[in-house]
Design a protein around this ligand. Structure first.
Ligand SMILES: CC(=O)SCCNC(=O)CCNC(=O)[C@H](O)C(C)(C)COP(=O)(O)OP(=O)(O)OC[C@H]1O[C@@H](n2cnc3c(N)ncnc32)[C@H](O)[C@@H]1OP(=O)(O)O
Ligand SMILES: O=C([O-])CC(=O)C(=O)O
Length: 379
């Protein structure tokens, strides 16, 4: 058993967690026992953060105090904004800029130490500042000045405000807030596990979140939401039938971004909620293009038996089309995922460090044995 190889750690249990549970057979996701659908429809992202970090849904008074603490941390030091400007000027990708800026934020954090309290205090600062960093990056990139946070707006509303300079309408704010809730946590996915591995060395939470951002950026994980939208744009620009695009891609041995999952063997429950949201938004705007393309792709892959084989739409398949309806640029989709998932990374690091054990698996050695060393001048 000890020597059994589990490629990609598939199915391996490495920790106990009270935070979230993914039932991949029936397509169910819960945060601390609450169904994601109830939370997405009924709770704000701030309530969900409180739930993840403190173990229960807040009362109104607890939420007020928690929100005030988050709002108080939204400002970002000028040096970080200057770095963000330099990164934007250099043409850095938003996800990489976020990774660099998040790491830099630690220089301005007055606290130090590895207690749960410090992790959550620093986690609150990181969570509050990521939207400010991201919005500033996007504004500078577009040739505009950053917009200061508005303390009267929610986490979701304030981000959209800082991004556009205009207060969002209630539908946009509610839609974005729902998307943040849907992305906040998801068991030991690759980026959360990365943050936990880093946390298990008792490194600080800035290191864990910075590592999480790096892991999330890849196309097999959070980066797929950007890929899905790029595919939709490619289909649109080429006037190709979406089904033909899928056929060509599969004939070339390619994967369909936004499909497949290590745990879900059926459609991701978050994809169902986002699809419904996209349907509402498309019908009310009268622009159903992305909905039509995504639906056609899903129907085709269902007809081809892929969905039945467990390669079904995941959260990334529909999120981009929803962000597009909010006017958000395509390469900001994965950073927005990180903005939400930071809450989950912080919760897992804090939880794991409570009863910490260094995470250190092994590889089966397949290299040469008894190689004879030859000094460099004799090689
Ligand atoms: C937030 C998230 O991270 S959700 C996931 C986001 N990522 C994507 O959408 C990228 C596309 N999807 C994928 O690459 C995969 O489904 C993953 C990485 C998410 C999961 O991968 P794994 O659990 O490692 O499955 P694995 O890569 O072994 O695939 C199993 C089989 O399904 C096929 N498959 C998996 N995903 C897809 C896909 N999107 N399109 C076509 N075929 C697929 C594989 O080719 C493989 O087939 P084979 O057994 O005939 O070789
Ligand atoms: O759980 C996973 O492997 C990927 C995922 O859906 C997420 O991180 O939200």
């Amino acid at each position: 058993m000890a020597d059994e190889l589990k490629r990609g750690l598939e199915g391996v249990l490495v920790a106990e967690s009270d935070l979230s549970y993914v039932d991949g057979e029936v397509g169910k996701l819960v945060y601390r026992g609450y169904d994601i659908e109830d939370l997405a429809r009924g709770a704000s992202y701030e309530e969900v953060l409180y739930l993840l970090w403190h173990g229960s849904l807040p009362t109104a008074a607890e939420l007020d105090a928690f929100t005030a603490d988050l709002v108080a941390e939204r400002d970002v030091d000028d040096d970080v904004i200057e770095t963000v400007r330099a990164l934007a000027d250099a043409g850095e990708r938003p996800m990489a800029a976020l990774r660099t800026a998040t790491s830099m934020l630690s220089a301005y954090d007055p606290d130090d130490g590895d207690s749960e309290e410090t992790t959550l205090t620093q986690g609150r600062r990181i969570t509050a500042k990521i939207p400010t960093v991201l919005a500033a990056f996007e504004r500078v990139r577009q040739g505009n000045e950053p917009v200061a946070p508005d303390p009267d707006l929610s986490h979701a509303g304030n981000f959209l405000y800082m991004l556009t300079g205009t207060e969002p309408d209630p539908v946009s704010e509610e839609t974005f807030d729902m998307a943040l809730t849907l992305h906040a946590d998801h068991g030991l996915n690759a980026s959360t596990f990365t943050a936990m591995v880093i946390g298990s060395t008792m490194a600080d939470v800035y290191s864990g979140v910075t590592g999480g951002i790096g892991a999330l950026s890849g196309p097999l994980h959070g980066g797929a939401n950007q890929d899905v939208m790029e595919v939709l744009h490619e289909i649109d620009a080429s006037s190709k039938d979406p089904v033909q695009w899928v056929k060509d891609t599969r004939d070339d041995g390619g994967r369909i971004p936004g499909f497949g999952h290590r745990v879900y063997k059926v459609k991701d429950p978050r994809a169902k909620i986002l699809e419904e949201k996209l349907r509402d938004l498309s019908e009310s705007s009268g622009d159903t293009k992305w909905l039509d393309y995504t639906t056609a792709i899903e129907e085709h892959l269902t007809d081809q038996g892929l969905v039945e084989k467990g390669i079904a739409p995941n959260v990334d398949f529909y999120s981009g089309s929803v962000y597009d309806s909010l006017g958000i640029p395509v390469d900001m989709y994965t950073p927005i995922f990180a903005m939400s998932r930071a809450g989950g990374w912080i919760a897992h690091v804090a939880e794991y460090q409570e009863d910490n054990r260094l995470i250190r698996p092994r590889a089966r050695y397949t290299g040469p044995e008894n190689a004879e060393f030859v000094p460099i001048d004799e090689r």
